[in-house]
Design a protein around this ligand. Structure first.
Ligand code: HEC
Length: 402
C-alpha cells in the first residue's frame, strides 16, 4: 500500500466544542460589560455606562440573562464531554497530570535560557489546562455567589447574614480576576504568542501541531488514537443519548429553578438619591397645639414614696438662660437655627422673637411653647429628657433673660 500523504490540517475542535466557546465568549463578555459598572456603582463612569445601557434595572436583567446563557452553555459542555468520553472513548485530555508540572518547570527553564528545548506538549498543555480549570472553578464560584446575591432572603435562611456581603465581594473580585486573566493570559496565549484560530475554524495546521502539540501529533500518526467504527458508536449512542438527554433536561429544570427561585435581590444602586435632611428653609405649616402627654416635667412632678423633699415637689431654682438654656441650644440646635429667616436660637432676643410660626416660647407655659412641642414631634434634632426639663423649668419660671 502506498504511503498516504499526511493530512495538512488536523481537527482540534468539533463543531460542538466551537459552539461551547461561542456560548462562553459571548456570555462572558456581556457579563463583564454589565457586571463591572455594577461593581463600581456610584463612580461617575459606572453611572454613565449604566445609563448608556438603559438604567440599572435593565443592566441587571441583561446580566442575569447572560448568566443564564452561560449556565446553559455549561450544561452543553458537560453533555459534550460525556459524549466524547463515553461514546467516542476519548481520553480526558484536560485532566491535570504530574507530567504537567514537569512541563511547566521545563518551560520555565527554557524561557530562562536554561534549557535548549521547549517541553514536548500533548493535546492540552499545562497552560491550557490551567485556563480551563480556572474557568470551571470561576464559573462555579460565580454561580454560587450569584445565586446568593439574587436570592439574599433564601440565603440567610441557611447562612449568617455576613454571607451576603461576602458573596458580593467574592463575586465582584472573582470577576476582576477573570477579566484580567482573559485580557492577559488568554489574549497573550492565543492572540499574541501566535494567533491560534482553531477554536473558530476547528483546525490546526501540521506546522502548528508540530510546534504546539508534538506528542499528540505523534500519537495520531502512529495510529494509536482510538478510532471507533460506526456500529459501535451507534450502539453506545442508543444508551447514551436517552440518558444524557434526560439528565440535560433535569439540569435545565435546575437552571429554571435557579433563575426563578426568589428574586429578592436588592438594587445595587438606589434608584433616586435620598435626601437625608429636610431643607433648612422652614416649610410653613399649621401647628396643632395640643397638651403634652408622657414626658414628666420638672418642678410639678407627683411625689413618689421615698423621695427626697427636693424631688418631691420643692421647686428647683429657675434655671439660668445664659448658664443652662443657651448652651443646650448651642450644642443641639444652632447648627441649623443660627441664621436666615428660620428660627434663630443664638441669643435671648432671637429666641423670644420666634420663628416663621410666631413666638416659640410663651413665658410661664412650657407645654404651650412651640419650642417644647417640637421636641415631641417629628423634627431633625432632639434634646435629652434632662435638657428638655431644664428648658421647661426655665419657661415655667417666666423665660427670663437671667
Ligand atoms: C438638623 C437641623 C436642625 C436642628 C439641629 C434643629 N432643627 Fe429645629 N428645625 C429644623 C427645620 C428644618 C425646621 C423647619 C421645619 C419644621 O418646622 O420642622 C425646624 C423648625 C423648628 C421649630 C419651629 C420653628 C417655627 O417657627 O416653625 C422649632 C421651635 C425648632 N425647630 C426648635 C429646635 C430646637 C429647640 C432645636 C435643638 C434641640 C432644633 N430645632 C434643632 C431643623 C433643625
Amino acid at each position: 500500500m502506498p504511503m498516504l500523504e499526511p493530512p495538512r490540517k488536523y481537527q482540534r475542535f468539533s463543531p460542538g466544542q466551537r459552539l461551547d466557546h461561542w456560548f462562553m465568549m459571548l456570555s462572558f463578555t456581556v457579563l463583564a460589560i454589565t457586571g463591572i459598572p455594577q461593581k463600581f456603582a456610584g463612580t461617575e463612569w459606572a453611572e454613565m455606562a449604566i445609563g448608556l445601557m438603559g438604567g440599572i434595572e435593565q443592566v441587571r436583567i441583561i446580566h442575569r440573562m447572560a448568566a443564564t446563557v452561560m449556565m446553559v452553555g455549561a450544561i452543553f459542555h458537560l453533555f459534550g464531554v460525556s459524549y466524547r468520553v463515553l461514546v467516542l472513548r476519548q481520553r480526558l485530555s484536560m485532566l491535570p497530570l504530574p507530567r504537567d508540572l514537569v512541563d511547566m518547570l521545563d518551560a520555565i527553564r527554557y524561557n530562562l535560557g536554561l534549557a535548549v528545548r521547549r517541553p514536548l506538549l500533548d493535546r492540552f498543555s499545562y497552560e491550557e489546562k490551567l485556563e480551563y480549570w480556572a474557568v470551571i472553578w470561576g464559573t462555579l464560584l460565580m454561580m454560587v455567589t450569584g445565586f446568593m446575591l439574587w436570592n439574599p432572603i433564601a440565603t440567610v435562611r441557611f447562612f449568617p447574614g455576613e454571607f451576603i456581603p461576602a458573596a458580593k465581594a467574592a463575586h465582584g473580585n472573582e470577576a476582576i480576576l477573570a477579566i484580567l486573566s482573559i485580557l492577559t493570559w488568554h489574549v497573550y496565549n492565543v492572540h499574541l504568542k501566535h494567533f491560534n484560530r482553531s477554536i473558530f475554524t476547528g483546525y490546526l495546521t501540521r506546522e502548528e501541531m508540530e510546534h504546539e502539540h508534538p506528542l499528540e501529533l505523534a500519537r495520531i500518526e502512529s495510529g494509536r488514537e482510538t478510532v471507533i467504527d460506526r456500529e459501535t458508536k451507534r450502539r453506545r449512542e442508543r444508551v447514551f443519548l436517552p440518558v444524557a438527554t434526560g439528565l440535560t433536561l433535569v439540569s435545565l429544570l435546575g437552571i429554571y429553578v435557579f433563575i426563578t427561585f426568589e428574586e429578592t435581590a436588592i438594587a445595587t444602586v438606589p434608584k433616586e438619591k435620598i435626601v437625608a435632611y429636610v431643607p433648612i428653609t422652614p416649610t410653613p405649616m399649621r401647628v396643632v397645639r395640643r397638651p403634652l402627654p408622657t414626658r414628666p416635667s420638672i418642678g410639678v412632678s407627683t411625689p413618689r414614696p421615698g423621695t427626697t423633699p427636693q424631688e418631691a415637689g420643692t421647686p428647683t431654682p429657675v434655671p439660668s438662660f445664659k448658664a443652662e438654656v443657651l448652651p443646650i441650644f448651642e450644642s443641639k440646635c444652632t447648627a441649623c437655627h443660627s441664621t436666615g429667616q428660620s428660627l434663630v436660637l443664638t441669643s435671648y432676643q432671637r429666641v423670644m422673637e420666634g420663628g416663621p410660626s410666631g413666638p416659640v416660647v410663651i413665658p410661664g407655659r412650657p407645654s404651650e411653647s412651640l419650642l417644647v412641642q417640637k421636641m415631641y414631634e417629628l423634627h431633625p434634632a432632639k434634646t435629652t429628657d434632662q435638657e428638655l426639663d431644664r428648658i421647661k423649668a426655665w419657661i415655667a419660671g417666666g423665660a427670663l433673660n437671667n
